[in-house]
Design a protein around this ligand. Structure first.
Ligand code: UDX
Length: 446
C-alpha cells in the first residue's frame, strides 16, 4: 500500500507540499497548530497569493465538491502520528529577533510534539531550511523520544520552491535532494517522488550535513549572483556604462548564464536575506566564518541598492525630498506574489516617506500586507491613481501590469514626467517617446 503522508506546518511550503502530495496520488493529512489556518485550508483557501495553489487544493481537499478527498487537515498531533507513515516537517525557521541566527523553535516544538507519539514505523522528513547540524541533533532527539525506537527515523529533504512558482516547483522539481541514513529512508523517498523522478528530476542522495548545506549554499549562490550584477551596476553608474548590456553580454557565456543577472534594487523576501545571514551565523559557530565573510559583502551590496534608489529619486526631484509627491509602483519583493517580507520596494517607499516625501503606493496583490507594515504610506487602488499629481514615478517591482502601462495616459496624470526604473524591466524608448525622462539603476546613459 502507498505510504500515507502528513505535512506538519501548513504555511507557504507546507500547504503547497500537502496539495502536491495529494496531486501525486497520496492520502495526505496536513497539520498546523493555528486553528484559523486549518479552517481556511479545509475550505481550500490560503492566506497568501500563490498562482494555482487554491485550484490544486480544491482538486483534493475532502468535502469540496468534485475533489479527490485525498487531502484533510487537523490540529491534532495524535491524529497525525496515528495516520502517517511519512511525516514532512515544513514549519518556518525565521531569523531570530536582533540576531543573524535562525530560530529553530518551531522545528523543535514540532519534533517534541510528534516524536513521543510515534509508536509504529515512521519516517520523519525535514524540509525546513535549517542550520547545518540540525538534522543530526533532531535524529538523536527522535531516537530518545519515539516509542517505535529504531523504526522511527529521520531524513532531510530540502525544498527549493520559488514563490510565484510554488506549485510548479513542487510538482516538477529541478532536483530532489535526500539526506538519508538508511536504505529504507531512500526507498520511501523514491516512492514519494516516483512521478518527478520518472519525469527526469535528478535524485541526489547525500548525508545529513550535505543535504542541509545544499539549500543554504544554493540560496547563497543566487544572492551572490544578484549582488554581483548590482556591484557591476554601481561601477556602470560611475563609468557611464550600461549594466543591462553588460549582463546580456556576459550571460552569453554558458558558464555564467543569463538568469539572475537582472540589476536593480536587489533581493528581498522571506528566504534569501535571512538564509545568507543564518548561514554566516552558523559558519561562525563552526569556526568557518572566514569562508563566508564574502556573504557580508553580498548583503551590504544588496542593502546599498535601496539607498541608491533613494538617491536617484532625490536627484530626480531636484535635490530635496521634503513635500515631493512620489508614486511607487510595486510593494512586493517580486512579482506574482503578495509577499512584502523584507521587500526592497517597500523599503525604498518607507525611506522616502521618512525623508519627508509624500509617497503613494500601488501594487497588484501586495496592498493589504504592505498597509499592515507601513500604515503611514498612502495607497491608491490603481497605478493611474497612484501617479496622479506625482513629481516622479518609481517602478520597484516588475509586475507585468506595469510593463503594459501606457506612458501617454500616465503622462496626463502626473505633474512631472519623470520615471525611475528600479528593476530594469521597462522599455526606455516607449517612455521617452511620450516625453518622459527615464532613468534606470546601472544605466546612467541608456
Ligand atoms: C528563493 C530561491 O529562488 C528558492 O530556490 C528558494 O527555495 C527560496 O528563495 P524566492 O524567495 O521565491 O525564492 O525568490 P527569488 O525568485 O529567488 O527572488 C529573490 C529576490 O531576488 C527577489 O526580490 C527578486 O526581485 C530578486 N532578483 C531576482 C533580482 O533582484 N534580480 C534577479 O536577477 C533575480
Amino acid at each position: 500500500m502507498a505510504p500515507r503522508i502528513t505535512v506538519i506546518g501548513t504555511g507557504y511550503l507546507g500547504a503547497t507540499h500537502a496539495a502536491a502530495m495529494a496531486e501525486l496520488g497520496f492520502e495526505v493529512l496536513g497539520l498546523d497548530v493555528v486553528p484559523e489556518k486549518i479552517e481556511l485550508l479545509s475550505r481550500a483557501r490560503v492566506p497568501m497569493y500563490e498562482p494555482g495553489l487554491e485550484e490544486l487544493l480544491a482538486r483534493h481537499v475532502a468535502g469540496i465538491e468534485g475533489a479527490s478527498g485525498r487531502l484533510r487537515f487537523t490540529t491534532s498531533y495524535a491524529e497525525a502520528a496515528e495516520f502517517g507513515d511519512i511525516h514532512f516537517v515544513c514549519v518556518n525557521t525565521p531569523q531570530k529577533r536582533g540576531e543573524y541566527a535562525c530560530d529553530m523553535s518551531y522545528v523543535d516544538s514540532a519534533i517534541e510534539s510528534l516524536a513521543p507519539l510515534l509508536t509504529r514505523p515512521a519516517l520523519v522528513v525535514g524540509k525546513s531550511t535549517v542550520p547545518v547540524g540540525s538534522a543530526a541533533r533532531i535524529a538523536a532527539r527522535i531516537a530518545e523520544l519515539a516509542p517505535a525506537g529504531e523504526d522511527a527515523e529521520l531524513a532531510w529533504n530540502p525544498e527549493f520552491l520559488r514563490e510565484g512558482f510554488a506549485v510548479q516547483d513542487t510538482l516538477h522539481p529541478d532536483r530532489i535532494v535526500a539526506g538519508v541514513c538508511s536504505d529504507r529512508a531512500e526507498r520511501l523517498l523514491r516512492e514519494v517522488y516516483a512521478a518527478p523522478i520518472a519525469e527526469g528530476s535528478p535524485f541526489v542522495i547525500t548525508d545529513f550535513p550535505t543535504a542541509e548545506l545544499v539549500k543554504t549554499s544554493a540560496n547563497s549562490f543566487l544572492a551572490t549572483k544578484i549582488s554581483f550584477i548590482n556591484a557591476m551596476a554601481e561601477v556602470c553608474e560611475a563609468a557611464d556604462g550600461d549594466v543591462m548590456k553588460l549582463a546580456e553580454a556576459i550571460g552569453h557565456d554558458e558558464r555564467i548564464g543569463k538568469k539572475f543577472l537582472r540589476a536593480g534594487i536587489g533581493f528581498g523576501g522571506g528566504c534569501l536575506p535571512k538564509d545568507i545571514r543564518a548561514f554566516m551565523a552558523r559558519a561562525g559557530e563552526l569556526g568557518a566564518d572566514q569562508a563566508l565573510t564574502f556573504l557580508r559583502e553580498v548583503d551590504s551590496i544588496n542593502m546599498r541598492q535601496r539607498g541608491q534608489m533613494v538617491g536617484l529619486t532625490r536627484e530626480a526631484v531636484g535635490g530635496a525630498l521634503l513635500g515631493k509627491r512620489i508614486a511607487v509602483l510595486g510593494a512586493t519583493f517580486k512579482p506574482d506574489s503578495d509577499d512584502v517580507r523584507d521587500s526592497p520596494a517597500l523599503n525604498v517607499a518607507g525611506q522616502l516617506h521618512l525623508q519627508g516625501a509624500q509617497v503613494t503606493v500601488y501594487d497588484p496583490k501586495g496592498m493589504d500586507n504592505a498597509r499592515a507594515i507601513f500604515p503611514t504610506l498612502a495607497y491608491a487602488p490603481t497605478a493611474l491613481e497612484a501617479v496622479r499629481g506625482a513629481d516622479v514615478v518609481l517602478h520597484l517591482t516588475e509586475w507585468r501590469e506595469f510593463r503594459e502601462l501606457d506612458p501617454a495616459v500616465l503622462g496626463e496624470a502626473v505633474t512631472e514626467r519623470h520615471i525611475l526604473d528600479g528593476r530594469n524591466a521597462l522599455d526606455p524608448v516607449l517612455w521617452r517617446k511620450e516625453g518622459w525622462t527615464f532613468r534606470a539603476l546601472g544605466r546612467p546613459t541608456a
